[in-house]
Each structure stands twice: as structure tokens, then as C-alpha cells.
Design a protein around this ligand. Structure first.
Ligand code: SF4
Length: 375
């Protein structure tokens, strides 16, 4: 493995609009590339321009803490940062990959987040996060911290093939149980399920069952993308070695979409399966309302609720206008409460959506959303 130290110009990455999966306006990474080397990782794709050999070469943003302090410090900003969780992890490098033991950039960044009172949402596959339970507990008590782990399944043997550099799912679940026992909300990103391997209903059910046993607050589900080029080539080499019989199945669903998407029919079918299982276990499929209701601006609260409604309807196989309406709202500069009489002028906002928005502005929630969550 080779380590390259670099100086970063910025650390906080502002999303174009609030990300309703993480309920975050900002994300950050301290490392480029990831020694965890998951076979399906899309960080390997040319699109992200991670230099060197993915899985072996890692860049370290050695000045990350100084840059982040400048970015978080309200005295140095003309416009204050937007309130939301700050997402730590995901993207092209796990914040708790082995190199973090030496550089401790994630730990130092968490201390800053505590100092400047920002809620955080962690996403990792590494049990090294246990080292930071002290600071995460303090953040959770002061504002809020959510700890999420990603899984492609809870099967240790399959994980050893596709996630060779991380602790097995059974260990990750133990770490989640530890955080839960300290009163920190936790979730599972069942993402990506691997087509024809971990997307089998019985394996998906086992994951949701285990999440329920550990007392997780939510399970966020998603299928796999596979972009042509380095990502697909690497994945297919491993597939040929361990599952040669299903390569033709892959070729049928991954037909060269530029985002690496599988066919719509495939995603619809796994979504329906997941929806059925999540309902059976009464498992929330998005971060629950109670964990974000009091940390967002009114526009962001409306956007997140509309996008959650949109997602819940899609899982039922229904089309919805709410995602489009959420996007229109994300383009606004003024607060929605200042334009109550003009909501219908927004693209995608019809009478029903207008009613939902007005209810959220008045009560902080939507009865339709609550009903969907319970159905
Ligand atoms: S832990 Fe995440 S970032 Fe690292 S290789 Fe695996 S999927 Fe990619």
C-alpha cells in the first residue's frame, strides 16, 4: 500500500440540495481511495478520478483539520452554514480505513464538530469507529449523532469475498449494538445488495431481522451500480472466479448506462421485495422524522419530507410528483413561509402538494407522511 500526503483546499463538500438519505447539506472525506477495497466500490470508477490503484493507494489530506476549522468557524463566514447533519464517510474513502489509526483525522474532525455544535451522521464499514465512542456520545448529547454502517448482507462468507478489507458483518452488528447501548441512534445502509447474490429475499430478510434484533432505528436500502471501465472490469474478474454461472445475468441487467444503473425492472423488483420485508419488521426505510425534525430550516424540512414521501410511494411501485416539487423548492432563496399564497406557482406543486407544504409549515409535520410511514 502506498500513502500520499496532500494539502486540501477545502474539506466540506456542499450538496446541491439537502441529501434526504443522510439528511445532510454537507459531506466530507479525509482520504482519497480506500484500503477496504470492496469489490463493488464505485470509487474505483474513472468518474471519481481517484488516482493510483484503488484499494492499494490512498491519499491523505494532511491539513484537513486546519481547513475544516476555518470552514466551520462562524466568525470567519459571511453566510452561516446551513443546519443539518454533516455526513462523514461514504464517497470514495472510508473515514475509518486502517490509515485513520495513524492520522486520526476523523477523530480530530469530530472534536471540531463538537466544538462548533454540529450534528453528525457517520457512515462506515469499520469497527474502528468504536475508538471514537466517547466523542460521538458527547456530540449526540449536545446536538445529535447518528452512526450508520453499510452492509451488502449479513452473511460473513459472502462479505469475505466482496468486502475483503473490512470486519465481517457479524462484527459490524456488534459495534452497532454497542453504540445503541450508549443511546446513540444507529442505522443500516443495506447498500448495495449484490445482484443474484445478496439480493435474494431470504438474505435481505436476514439483514432486516438482524437490524431489528440490534434495535436499529432505520434500514436504508439500495441496489448496486456498475459503471463500464475499471469498476466493471474489477467486479467481473472476481465474479468469474467465485460465481461464473451468473455473469450472463449481469450482462442482461447492466447494459452500459453511463451512471452504471441496472435496468429499471431489476430495481423495481428488489425494491418491492425490500418494501415487503421492511413492512413485516416495521422497520423505518428512511431516517425517522424524530431524528431530523428540529435541526433543519423550514425549506429543508419540507424538502426532506417530500422526498421521503416520494421514495415511500416509489417503493410501492407508484409514481409521484413530490420529488420534482422538492427539487423546485431546493432552488428557492426565500423561506416558504414568505410565499404561502404563491406555492402553486412552483414547478411540480399542485393542490395536494400545496396542502402538504402548508401543513408542514404550520405543524412541522405532514399527516400524509405519517400515514405512509405507518402503512
Ligand atoms: S468501505 Fe466504502 S469507500 Fe471503502 S472500498 Fe468499501 S465501499 Fe468503497
Amino acid at each position: 500500500m502506498t500513502i500520499r500526503e496532500i494539502e486540501a483546499k477545502s474539506i466540506l463538500r456542499k450538496h446541491k440540495k439537502i441529501d434526504s438519505w443522510f439528511v445532510s447539506q454537507y459531506g466530507m472525506n479525509f482520504y482519497g481511495g480506500c484500503a477496504h477495497n470492496c469489490v463493488y466500490c464505485d470509487g474505483r470508477s474513472e468518474k471519481y478520478q481517484v488516482g493510483g490503484e484503488f484499494g492499494k493507494d490512498v491519499t491523505v489530506k494532511v491539513n484537513a483539520v486546519d481547513v475544516l476549522r476555518r470552514e466551520l468557524d462562524p466568525k470567519r463566514k459571511r453566510t452561516p452554514l446551513k443546519r443539518s447533519y454533516i455526513g462523514v464517510g461514504g464517497g470514495v474513502g472510508d473515514s475509518y480505513q486502517p490509515i485513520e489509526k495513524k492520522y486520526q483525522l476523523t477523530r480530530k474532525a469530530l472534536k471540531l464538530m463538537y466544538e462548533y455544535k454540529f450534528p453528525v451522521h457517520m457512515l462506515t464499514k469499520s469497527t474502528l469507529i468504536e475508538r471514537d465512542i466517547d466523542i460521538l456520545k458527547k456530540i449526540s448529547e449536545q446536538n445529535r449523532a447518528v452512526v450508520s454502517f453499510s452492509f451488502s448482507s449479513v452473511d460473513d462468507e459472502i462479505s469475505a469475498i466482496f468486502e475483503p478489507g473490512v470486519p465481517p458483518p457479524s462484527e459490524r452488528l456488534k459495534t452497532l449494538a454497542l453504540f445503541k447501548s450508549e443511546g446513540i441512534p444507529c442505522g443500516m445502509f443495506l447498500l448495495p445488495v449484490i445482484p443474484f447474490i445478496t439480493d435474494k429475499p431470504e438474505l435481505m430478510e436476514e439483514s432486516v431481522k438482524k437490524a431489528t434484533e440490534v434495535g436499529l432505528d432505520f434500514v436504508i436500502f439500495g441496489g448496486m451500480t456498475l459503471k463500464d471501465g475499471r469498476q466493471k472490469d474489477y467486479f467481473f474478474n472476481v465474479l468469474k472466479e467465485h460465481y461464473p454461472d451468473i455473469i450472463t445475468e449481469y450482462q442482461k441487467i447492466y447494459t452500459g448506462d453511463k451512471w452504471g444503473q441496472a435496468s429499471g425492472e431489476y430495481y423495481d423488483s428488489i425494491n418491492l421485495t425490500f418494501n415487503r420485508i421492511a413492512k413485516k419488521y416495521k422497520m423505518p426505510k428512511r431516517i425517522p422524522y424524530a431524528l431530523f425534525k428540529d435541526i433543519l430550516s423550514e425549506n429543508d424540512l419540507v424538502i426532506v419530507i417530500l422526498e421521503h414521501i416520494d421514495y415511500l410511494l416509489k417503493l410501492e411501485g407508484k409514481r409521484s410528483p413530490y420529488g420534482y416539487a422538492a427539487y423546485s423548492i431546493s432552488q428557492l432563496k426565500e423561506p416558504l413561509s414568505a410565499m404561502k399564497g404563491e406555492l402553486r406557482k412552483l414547478k411540480g406543486v399542485g393542490r395536494t402538494t400545496e396542502g402538504i407544504i402548508l401543513e408542514i409549515l404550520e405543524t412541522g409535520n405532514s399527516s400524509y407522511y405519517e400515514k405512509l410511514l405507518k402503512s
